[in-house]
Ligand binder design. Structure first.
Ligand code: GAP
Length: 443
């Protein structure tokens, strides 16, 4: 973990937020390379969910949330962790995360601490004028269920996918970006006919494993955890957690829950008419029935299967798998980030052999601009004049290809293309670069 943290800071993946004022605990900023990697992970998820499935729509809902949403979702009552104070050191901890230095006798009895952040909305600052920052992206998918259904004319089964920020006032944020107070989730709510839910739940577990494998997180680093009944969230009938061997231990990367009809049922009016099967919260405030009429004209609430992944945890797992220190033939070592090309923050670095040679630099810029237009992601001009140093840097940040432009390039219209993983160099004609690079990035 220490090596990953150091690499992230040194190369501009992740910085401590508000660093110049001593930081803010459990909050991080993503730097120039971090934002690219994060966006690429999110893009890969969005493409696999919304574009590659014919029955999934996208959504981007607000972070500020009406408190009634989180009352009827059950979060006001249950979204809490047990907290203890240590009378010796004066610090607070989540009851299951007390450090060894605190003696049992020094700890207070655990009490529940609600993890939701509140903020004030509007110019009047009183107890009535607050909103929550959403603790999961899921809830506004449920509250928009009818809107999406009506505007897309979908029939069951269908899904709504959303990515974005979620906030939790974690008692003990820790392990770098693993447990933080501000993070992003990638969540799908897949609405199904009751009775088909168990099979569809199992199939989503398999689909999500295959997606993680495509991002470079192999099955050897993963274990599935069938969450026992006494650990299930209040809405869940069954949850399978995808557990990943993080540098600090085996922990949850993604949860795939069968949320039954709890959420749509709890957010609905006239619940008695809706044939609801789960134990919902009685609703006096909703103005909508989040239900569907089945073939017999009876109202029915769909069940929901929810694959829910954390972007930061995915980022950490992907980085951890890609990070390698390799021994070279000359007795030296190199750090290389073997990211899948579609995730690499920089796709191609174009390096002029001489940084002050006008013709070489202009040809390099030209090549860079043409490759940039192909929509592969970021292509950069690396005009340091030091080829060896540039290769080392780009190995370390995971750039799949480096292109060196030299004096021969001016004569022969060709360049040297170096592969990050094999370190092999080939000579290739400039007009063949586009096809070659696009194939490599998409592979
Ligand atoms: N909508 C369901 C839900 O939010 P969750 O298990 O609480 O379920 C889903 O969260 C995912 O969000 C987790 O598997 C994890 O990847 C990520 N996550 C949750 N809390 C987090 C935190 N404090 N920091 C970073 N990621 C977090």
């Amino acid at each position: 973990m220490d090596e990953l943290v150091a690499l992230c800071k040194r190369r501009g993946f992740i910085y401590q937020s508000s660093d110049i004022y001593g930081g803010l605990q459990g909050v991080y900023d993503f730097g120039p390379l971090g934002v690219e990697l994060k966006n690429n992970i999110k893009r890969a998820w969005w493409e696999s969910m919304v574009y590659e499935n014919d029955d999934i729509e996208g959504l981007d809902s607000s972070i500020l949330t009406n408190p009634l949403v989180l009352k009827y979702s059950g979060h006001e009552d249950t979204f809490s962790d047990p907290m203890v104070d240590c009378k010796s050191c004066g610090l607070r901890f989540r009851a299951d995360q007390v450090p060894d230095m605190c003696k049992k006798d020094d700890l207070t009895e655990p009490r529940q601490f609600n993890l939701m952040f509140k903020t004030n909305v509007g110019p009047i600052d009183d107890s009535e004028s607050f909103a929550y920052l959403r603790p999961e992206t899921a809830q506004q998918i449920f509250t928009n269920f009818k809107n999406v259904l009506d505007s897309t004319s979908r029939a069951l089964p269908f899904g709504i996918a959303q990515m974005g920020k979620a906030f939790r006032n974690e008692i003990t944020p820790r392990n770098f970006i693993f447990r933080v107070r501000e993070f992003e989730q990638m969540e799908l709510e897949y609405f199904v006919k009751p009775g088909t839910d168990e099979d569809i739940h199992s199939s989503w577990v398999q689909k999500r494993l295959s997606w993680w494998s495509d991002q470079g997180v192999p099955m050897e680093s993963i274990e599935l955890y069938d969450v026992p009944n006494d650990e299930l969230a209040h809405y869940s009938k069954k949850t399978i957690d995808i557990m990943y061997k993080f540098p600090h231990g085996l922990e949850e990367l993604e949860g795939i829950a069968n949320r039954t009809d709890f959420d749509l049922g709890s957010h609905s009016k006239k619940q008695d008419e809706l044939n609801i099967k789960s134990k919902v919260i009685k609703n006096k405030d909703s103005n909508s029935k989040l239900a569907i009429q089945n073939d017999n004209g009876d109202w029915e609430i769909p069940y929901v299967i929810e694959p829910s992944a954390g972007v930061e945890r995915g980022f950490l797992a992907i980085l951890n798998e890609a990070y390698k220190i390799e021994d070279l033939d000359d007795g030296k070592t190199r750090v290389v980030l073997s990211l899948r090309p579609h995730l690499s923050p920089v796709k191609i670095a174009v390096i002029p052999l001489k940084k002050n040679n006008y013709d070489i630099v202009m040809l390099s810029k030209n090549i860079k601009n043409n490759l940039q237009k192909l929509g592969m992601g970021r292509v950069i001009l690396e005009n340091t004049g030091n080829i060896g140093k540039s290769y080392r840097k780009h190995d370390e940040i995971g750039t799949p290809m480096c292109i060196t432009v030299d004096f021969d390039s001016l004569e022969n219209s060709d360049v040297t293309l170096r592969d990050r993983d094999t370190m092999k160099q080939i000579r290739i004609k400039i007009d063949e670069l586009s096809n070659f690079c696009v194939d490599k990035i998409k592979s």
